[in-house]
Design a protein around this ligand. Sequence first.
Ligand code: ADP
Length: 512
Amino acid sequence: MSRRRDFARISRGLRFRLTTSYAVLFTLIFAMVALFLRERLETSLDKQVVAKVDGDWGAMKGYMRIEACPDLDNKLTTAWYYDQEDPDETTIVFDLRKIYMVADQNGNPILDCASREAAVSTAYEDIGVEKPALIQQHVREILAASPKQKFYLDRKTTKGEPVKVRYGIVYAEGHRAPFYVAVGTLYSDKLTVLHEFTWIYIGVIPGALILGSLLGFFMAARALKPVLAVAQAAQRISGSNLSLRIPTREAGDELDYLTLTFNRMIERLEASFQQIRQFSTDVSHELRTPITAIRGQLEVALFTAKTTDQYREAMFNALQDIDRLSQIVRALLLLSQAESGQLVLQKARVDLREVVDDIVEQFQIPAEAAGLKLTAELPPECPAQVDRVQIERMLTNLLSNAIKFTPEGGRVRTVLRCLADGIELTVEDNGRGIPTEDLPHIFDRFYRVAGDGAAPGPEQGLGLGLSFVAWIVKAHGGKIEVDSTPGKGTCFTITLPGEGVGSDTLELVGQA
Ligand code: ADP
């Protein structure tokens, strides 16, 4: 059972599949080449046999004549004319006379003048002399056909060897009646060559199979080695050692691309892990401060307070810290809901002019109290598809920061522009500004510019306001930019997509 499962696992592997594909491919190619070559070989051998029998036929007509034989009562017989002293001619004629026959037009073999025997070779008798009727039919066919046409027969010896026979007619000088002549050539050599070829190939195909399999096996092993290396390297990477990277082979191939993609993914994972770690540290730190303070207040109440006023003061302080605690928890909860996508934007068509006007109005009193001039430049109307509550929260955060960080006598200016390709909202102050080195971090959770936390107390910010602003802008498919010069002021510019445009998704891309 387990062996069967092992086989199933191996056969699903890339290496096995590549190997089988190679083997099958090799075998198919070899088989096809073999078939093609065999076909070509057979045709070419056939042509050779035909050329040989044609040559024999021509030689026959040159060396043999049909004429009256004085020794046989001047009967018409075959007579061979060649130089008997010449060994070449003797051999040629000897070969010609191996498979031949000559008959009259009625199909009766005639005699040979020299040997006084029938002009039919023993080998021809072996392949079977045509019946007189067949010879008569052949003669008729030849007479009816064009003089250029050639006639062949395929015969076999009693041993089964193939013989190609060419037949035709010749005339005796001074006679009108044609004579039937057939000459044959044995071509068992051709078959031997074909058989040898076939057997060689039958032997070669398993060889090709083995070669293809071996080649496939090694090629697959070579090709898959880096994949396995990548997999092993990936296995070593866990939550605690995300700094590990898979080394690239610098081959510039698909596997390097895969490795790079993998490494980039791990980089992003590492960044998220780091963020989560930082977040937990920040949260515990933020919570610890008020808790320690509450503990201190209560200890004071318990061990040193004597009068009711002292008790009251300790209680009051503790309550303030508890307020701050619940404020942090509420803000965190909201932010985590936003980031996990649980906070769904309630988008509706609203007039942003009205929204901005309302909020700026609400801030007039605190601005006046801080000795600031708060102004708003608004278009007559600015319809947009947004979540009113979140946009109000966004503007509230920006305005409260501007008022908080602008000294007395300063001014805060809010400008809303309804442009053709989107909406632009700026909140600008001429306050203390943000140091350049802090600018990239102000949207991080719990980030406060050094010095803000110098006076801990209920007014101290949580460092969460801008994270929330950033989330709201992104959730609306917008963009936030900040421009600040220390000592001169800060300007936040938010661009939101025009009416109806924008994303409904709550996914927070990047950090809050
Ligand atoms: P907080 O709730 O503490 O204000 P924020 O996330 O809203 O936190 O802001 C982060 C930090 O950015 C603040 O601590 C402050 O130092 C700086 N900051 C934000 N807005 C302004 C501004 N308009 N002028 C100067 N500094 C600002």
